[in-house]
Design a protein around this ligand. Sequence first.
Ligand SMILES: [Cu+2]
Length: 145
Amino acid sequence: MRRLFRFVAGAIFSLSAVAAIASELTVTDGQVRVPMPGRTVTAAYFTLQNDTAAAVSLLAVQSSAFEKAELHQHTHQDGVMRMEQVAQIDIAANSSVTLQPGGLHLMLFNPVQPLLAGESVTVTLSFSNGEQLSLSMPLTEMPRR
Ligand SMILES: [Cu+2]
């Protein structure tokens, strides 16, 4: 009887460990901007939360709604706003990184379908720990300036 109890307790522990690992990398506040009329390039923003004890990197991204997706960083140089592609986005242990206008962002090129505000597109993120997250992100209008 005692042996059986130990086995059951061990099984429950394993299950909860798996559940914890699955939820340690999360993405919140995801949104994909509807491209400006006549434009074929747009950006996506979201927050990456890493609740593991190890740093992890976002290495690649793709979306079924676009031909190409890249990780980008905005930089200010001599008063001019530029952006450049980055190879990866690092998220330190137990911390978060936010992709937002004027900073890190996801650059999306050449939509392969009509994009309407209020609908959503799927974005797939691949991480250095082998984890892959497929997320549905809402399409939002560019804010007017
Ligand atoms: Cu960009």
